[in-house]
Design a protein. Structure first.
Lengths: 342, 561, 357
């Protein structure tokens, strides 16, 4: 009786299996694994499909992109790997999960400091880490170092120190002043916190508006998302309620991080994948990054969205993206050492 | 005298599936050098462990108080609206903790509607002039998790109150005990096993959470695992910490077993009539208000907030087209995992009952419930390597035969998602079905055996019909949790495959909360299906308490020692 | 006269649970149509013996055979569903989701054909419940449930019927009726029946033979009257009647006690104990035993008198017919029935004390 039941069950499973297993195989398609939020990537993918007829399949994976591609191995359907953080991108390269992009568009469009010399990866768009402040405050010429000044005691809001946006900033600080001084800075930030680190960047704007704190850190594109009203009426009020400053390092420029792309090592659709990369770097693609996502395009020739342009002219820091990636682990450990999230 | 038959075979298969990802994790952990562990131990573990323990203690107290008091009110008293309250108390199950956290943060923020209204009433102009405690704190997290998870305790406690203690409660009242005395001296001790089981489930959920903790600025060991893995690219280190955490959970499980006491702890009481005391007038309204408070805070308030936001979004941009597909995907995946969980749990628990002394079956049952103890993403990583390994072996086999290697069969498939959900929530089904079995006297089994039934026939003819309410309850819990699950689904799903929770997360991750609100509302709606279904099928009691009364109960007989 | 072959046979059966030895070597034969009662205090192993016979538990050692076929020994084990035994539980274990007829038909061949239906109807008629065929168990009284359980166990016509404390959930009046009905049904069925009970009245009323158990062993086995009249030790005696224990000295096959001299066959000379049934005393004008009454309690048919006797420090309690008028403070003249006095070696008391529940 039990055997009959089990055999019936397995027959049913086999039938269902035909529908459940196996990756779909269409003629013209590109498979994109991305840590970019789906709502931000969909407009570009749709434009690409409209232009070329090539279907774009995406999966949004927050954590574990590298692990997934590695586990899938030679059978992986992944063509392009797009991350929102340079550290995650170089990790993919370091783990041997990629192959050279080898498309002329990269060298033609992207400045040398925003791509790998060997073509292993390329940035697609940039974002800046900015100081957001209460509208009533005098904050001219503010540096990241200033945020550790005791005058901001009890007035600073930030998200978790273990979030990549903040570890990347601290990594850049390490590149500027060395680990010891960077740790001192992180300690200063910790001492100034108005509340425990947590939530997202937008919560910083909301908290400033709510009188919980006076200054904070947030990314440039959030300003655009909030002020444009795309995030709804509430968020428009938050965005309009804070002053946004292009902060800089004392001896450098504005901290930028990149979202970027690499070609998967076992990509089944290499040529269509390259076409997608070319599209992402084309004037049309870069325009969507700027207009839909409020990011800074990597193509110096492309224009920035007016909301972002109104913040001022971006003078990116001189620290190389690769250096930021290299100091990421040390930065994460410093935030632990100073008990930042405690 | 353990026999190896179908029960053992299925149990073995289930345990193998459940243990494989944990073993894979152990292998990954062994590749590390221990440096991360040292760092975490030196700088993070102390505080994170303290915070984790404080959070767990707070949540335990909260779910126990809310769950037990609510269960007591709706079973010990009869008041207008009691039946509605009985069902309403289940509603927070339909809302993921991270959604609850998000909604409450929105509502209680200094510039949110509550404080704005309060300032208006008190005449303050500036938010900075009226500082109220921030939800983003440990007490805030306890509040949110407590509201979200108390139903685990409520369900078990209510069933215990309904089916076990009526006679004792009556006796206590006749002996002149005051109501508080009846509650503390009779009801509480008798509901102890159910309370322990429910609280353990709630604490494991808390420990597994990452989303709500992030919203609420709480640093737990789970968030530490993430920092190690994501920011330091040190998966082995993360795996080491995750495995260390497993001990905490195993301790929880042990404590639960201990608190439950011996099997058959609470005698079956006669239940010829309901001892609920009728309460009318203002006191009845007071009871109703008390019973409705948890679902009002844990469900209605946030749900209304979400619905309003969703309505704004739909008015502005129309109904998101992809959401119907996501809802369908969610139901398919959750349903598949639920069926496997319930059938598997039935076989595993029955297998052990039929051979209670079998170390093999006891062991298999324990192993197969391990998945509840592992954070979703960590489990998913372990599962990824197992399924990936399987796929590469398969490809190698095809290549060796000279055939064209296929793409991925198991990795990155709906199958992988279903397996992960099954492993994660198997324990829920087991816990529910175990308590159901515990209520059936063993003499029923023995009679069926002696009257010519094999164990399998007995399962089908006797236990299945008698366990229907427990099975329904198990299915409800598993389904709702599968639907809400995020991290494992997010990491394991195939291309272009969205569920409601991944959809919601995708929107929330870029701050388009209104868009997320539509998905969140649908999660609630889909989650209400099973609750509504059970309510229709057999009144609210169907979830646990409706069951044919055994003869033993009727005579008030005690199981012979 | 030839003895028919046993239908159910236990040969030197031993069993241990994880931390406790339950059976220390029990041998017992039960013949067709015979009712054997396993009697003893709780924990004596009687229920274990029943479970082992049914196959619900596999014994650690020894052999069990049913109708000449070995069903369990060191090598073979026949699962319960293949043993063809009937089992009636203390809680009756009726299936609550099945009606009375379905319960009774449960053990009959499936799919239920005409024969099965006829058997069910006939069984229900025999237990007097034909009218309740479509009621559910919870709608029946305790006695009715017990009868359904019996009908269910007997319907497949098992060669062996096992009953585990079948009367213990019934009140006194009902209990007497059920004993008689059960005995009639068992005799009618011709099955070899084993009845487990801790109540000597149940055992004596129903059983052809009683096996009295203690500590995993059968202490004494025999017809009810045999065991009652010739207990092998104080434990057995006390199981059936209330006794008082007195010091005794044995010399030349006669015991001297504070209440007189009694034959003490088989006892070595020296110190011994005399156990006397409380009912062995009677009031007699020419009685040899003067006793002063301390207190009297009315017990219905009898009264309990606490008395003092010369040469005995402790107070004795005896049972006297209720019609006698006895007042505290008076002196009675008593006679003692020698059939109610049993002399045992003094050492036995040690064992006895340990074995009492």
């Amino acid at each position: 009786m039990a055997c009959k039941f089990v055999s019936r069950l397995s027959a049913a499973c086999a039938f269902a299996g035909a529908a459940i297993f196996g990756a779909a195989a269409a003629a013209q398609e590109v498979n994109v694994y991305t840590t970019r939020e789906p709502g931000l990537f969909a407009p570009i993918a749709q434009a690409f499909t409209a232009r070329t007829g090539v279907k774009v399949n995406t999966i949004f994976v927050k954590d574990g992109l590298a692990e997934r591609v590695a586990a899938e191995g030679a059978g992986s359907p992944a063509d392009l790997l797009i991350t929102v953080d340079i550290g995650a991108l170089t990790e993919l390269v370091d783990k041997g999960l990629t192959q050279p992009l080898a498309t002329p568009a990269v060298e033609k469009v992207v400045p040398a400091n925003l791509r790998a010399a060997d073509g292993a990866w390329s940035a697609l768009s940039l974002r800046a880490r900015l100081v957001w402040a209460s509208r009533s405050l005098p904050t001219d010429g503010m540096t990241y170092e200033d945020l550790a000044d005791p005058k901001w005691k009890g007035k600073l809001c930030m998200r978790s120190g273990q979030h990549v946006y903040n570890t990347a900033l601290l990594a850049a600080m390490i590149a500027h002043v060395g680990e010891a001084k960077a740790e001192e800075w992180a300690r200063g930030l910790k001492a100034n916190l108005a509340r425990r680190p947590g939530g997202g960047d937008r919560d910083v704007a909301r908290d400033i508006l709510g009188g919980l704190c006076d200054v904070g850190l947030g990314n440039s594109y959030y300003v655009g998302l909030m002020r444009s009203g795309k995030g709804g009426a509430d968020q428009k009020a938050w965005g309009d309620g804070v002053k946004v400053l292009l902060a800089r390092f004392a001896d450098g420029g504005v901290h930028v991080n990149a979202s970027g792309v690499a070609l998967a090592r076992n990509a089944p659709h290499v040529s269509d994948a390259r076409r997608l990369v070319e599209f992402l770097l084309s004037p049309e693609g870069q325009k969507i990054y700027a207009e839909q996502n409020f990011e800074y395009p990597v193509d110096p020739a492309a224009t920035v969205d007016p909301t972002i342009a109104a913040l001022g002219v971006l003078k990116p820091d001189r620290i190389q993206l690769l250096d930021i990636a290299r100091h990421r682990k040390a930065a994460s450990q410093i935030f632990d050492r100073v008990g930042f999230d405690r | 005298m353990a026999r190896f038959d179908g029960f053992s075979a299925i149990g073995l298969a289930g345990a193998a599936v459940a243990v494989a990802p944990v073993l894979a994790l152990a292998v990954i952990a062994m590749q590390g050098d221990g440096a991360s562990f040292g760092h975490v131990l030196n700088y993070v573990a102390g505080d994170a462990a303290r915070e984790t323990i404080a959070l767990l203690a707070g949540v335990a107290a909260c779910v126990l108080v809310v769950g037990v008091v609510a269960a007591w009110i709706v079973t010990a008293y009869e008041f207008p609206g009691r039946r509605a309250a009985e069902v309403a108390l289940l509603l927070p199950l339909a809302l993921p903790a991270y959604v609850l956290a998000y909604a409450w943060l929105d509502l209680t923020h200094p510039i949110g509607p509550l404080q704005t209204a309060l300032r208006g009433a008190l005449g303050y102009a500036n938010p900075a002039d009226l500082r109220l405690p921030d939800l983003r704190s440990l007490p805030g997290a306890v509040f949110v998790f407590g509201l979200s998870l108390y139903p685990y305790v409520y369900i078990g406690a209510r069933a215990a109150f309904q089916s076990r203690i009526s006679a004792q409660v009556e006796a206590a009242r006749l002996l002149g005990a005051r109501e508080s005395g009846v509650f503390f001296r009779v009801a509480l001790p008798l509901a102890r096993p159910a309370m322990a089981a429910g609280a353990a489930l709630a604490l494991m959920e808390t420990l597994n959470d990452i989303g709500a903790a992030e919203f609420l600025s709480v640093t737990t060991l789970t968030t530490t695992v993430y920092a190690t893995w994501i920011n330091r690219s040190d998966l082995p280190g993360a795996a080491q910490i995750a495995l260390a955490m497993l001990w905490i959970v195993l301790t929880l499980v042990f404590v639960e077993r201990w608190a439950r006491g011996a099997r058959g702890y609470a005698p079956e009481g006669a239940r010829r009539h309901n001892p609920a005391r009728a309460v009318g007038g203002p006191a009845g309204i007071g009871l109703l208000a008390l019973a409705l408070a948890p679902p009002a805070l844990g469900f209605a308030t946030p749900a209304v907030h979400l619905a309003r936001q969703a309505a704004q979004r739909v008015a502005a941009n129309g109904f998101p087209p992809e959401i119907a597909q996501a809802a369908l995907n969610t139901m398919v995946v959750a349903l598949a995992a639920t069926v496997i969980c319930v059938v598997g749990a039935l076989v595993a628990v029955a297998g052990r009952r039929y051979e209670p002394t079998s170390l093999l079956r006891n062991g298999l049952l324990k192993l197969s419930t391990l998945g509840y103890a592992v954070p979703g993403t960590v489990l998913a990583i372990g599962l990824l390597s197992v399924l990936g390994g399987f796929d590469s072996v398969l490809r190698a086999a095809f290549a060796a035969l000279g055939a064209k290697p296929p793409g991925l069969l198991l990795s990155a498939s709906v199958f992988a998602v279903v397996v992960a959900l099954t492993i994660r929530f198997f324990r829920l089904a087991v816990a529910k079905i175990e308590t159901g079995f515990e209520r059936l006297p063993l003499s029923l089994d023995h009679s069926a055996r002696v009257l010519g039934r094999t164990p399998f026939a007995m399962l089908r003819e006797i236990h299945l019909p008698l366990l229907t309410p427990s099975i329904a309850g198990a299915a409800l819990l598993v389904f709702v949790d599968c639907m809400k699950e995020l991290p494992a689904t997010l990491l394991l799903r195939p291309l272009n495959f969205e569920t409601l929770s991944t959809q919601l997360y995708g929107e929330a991750a870029r701050g388009a909360y209104e868009n997320g609100a539509v998905a969140a509302c649908l999660i609630v709606l889909v989650g209400l299906f099973p609750v509504a279904f059970l309510t229709m099928v057999g009144s609210a009691r169907a979830i646990e308490a409706t069951r044919p009364r055994t003869t033993a109960e009727l005579d008030g007989a005690r199981e012979a020692a | 006269m030839h003895a028919p072959a046993p239908v159910l046979a236990f040969e030197n059966v031993r069993h241990a649970y994880r931390d406790k030895i339950a059976l220390r070597g029990v041998s017992l034969d039960v013949r067709a149509g015979e009712i054997v009662a396993l009697l003893g205090p709780s924990g004596c192993g009687k229920s274990t013996l029943l479970r082992v016979a049914a196959g619900l538990e596999r014994q650690s050692a020894g052999r069990i055979s049913i109708a000449g076929r070995t069903v369990a020994d060191a090598r073979a084990f026949v699962t319960p569903e293949k043993r063809g035994v009937g089992l009636v539980f203390q809680d009756y274990a009726l299936f609550p989701h099945l009606d009375v007829a379905a319960n009774v038909a449960f053990g009959l061949a499936r799919p239920a054909g005409e024969t099965a239906r006829a058997t069910t109807t006939q069984m229900l008629r025999r237990v007097g419940l034909a009218a309740r065929a479509h009621d559910y168990p919870h709608m029946l009284s305790g006695g009715e449930q017990q009868r359904v359980a019996l009908a269910r166990a007997l319907a497949p016509q098992p060669a062996v019927l096992l009953l585990d404390e079948p009367f213990s959930n019934l009140d006194q009046g009902l209990r007497r009726d059920m004993r008689n009905q059960t005995m009639a049904l068992l005799k009618e069925s011709g099955a070899a029946a084993v009845l487990v009970t801790h109540d000597p009245d149940d055992a004596m009323a129903v059983a052809d033979r009683i096996a009295l158990m203690r500590d995993g062993l059968i202490v004494q086995m025999g017809a009810p009257a045999d065991i009652y009249d010739r207990p092998v030790d104080p434990f057995v005696l006390r199981f059936f009647s209330e006794v008082e224990t007195l010091p005794a000295t044995v010399a030349h096959g006669e015991a001297t006690t504070p209440i007189g001299r009694f034959p003490a066959r088989g006892c070595a000379d020296g110190a011994a104990q005399a156990c006397v049934r409380k009912t062995a005393f009677s009031i007699a004008r020419d009685g040899a035993l003067p006793a002063s009454v301390r207190a009297v309690r009315f017990l219905g048919e009898r009264q309990a008198a606490r008395i003092e006797i010369a040469g005995l420090k402790s107070v004795l309690e005896i049972a006297l017919p209720a019609r006698e008028t006895i007042r505290p403070g008076t002196t009675l003249s008593l006679a003692v029935d020698p059939a109610g006095v049993f002399v045992f070696p003094a050492a036995a008391s040690l064992h006895e004390e340990r074995a009492r529940p």
